[in-house]
Design a protein around this ligand. Structure first.
Ligand code: DGP
Length: 111
């Protein structure tokens, strides 16, 4: 399967793994939108968060637990977690991933 995140999980493409558990990996986004921008990715290949909820709900919870752990480690006073679902919402990699953003004031509504 030609999936960039599956290749990172398999160690075929290098990434700075900040977390590597049974179900989840986390690494910095290549194109950061904030001083802290980490991708938290389930090891199972599913297209989006809703599919992950159907296929492996426990891994979905693990993504949010990982976000909390990383935010504490990085001393973030607050953070934003985002799933982009579908091209119209900006999804470009079709392997589910949770964006963890922080380290600056984050405006609302998002763009
Ligand atoms: P999204 O647009 O929501 O599908 O987010 C995909 C993100 O993945 C995007 O912000 C850039 C990031 N990305 C794409 N390819 C790579 C890669 O090879 N390594 C890393 N670290 N991030 C990547």
């Amino acid at each position: 399967m030609n999936c960039i995140f599956c290749k990172i999980i398999a160690g075929e493409i290098p990434a700075n793994l900040l977390l590597n558990t049974e179900d989840v990996v986390a690494f910095p986004d290549l194109n950061p939108q904030a001083p802290t921008h980490i991708l938290i990715v389930p090891k199972i290949h599913v297209e989006n968060a809703a599919e992950l909820a159907e296929m492996q709900p426990n891994a979905l919870a693990e993504l949010f637990k990982a976000a909390k752990k990383l935010a504490i480690e990085l001393n973030l006073p607050g953070y934003r977690t985002v799933f982009n679902t579908g091209e119209a919402a900006g999804q470009s990699v079709f392997h589910a991933h949770l964006h963890l953003l922080g380290g600056r004031a984050l405006g609302w509504p998002p763009g």
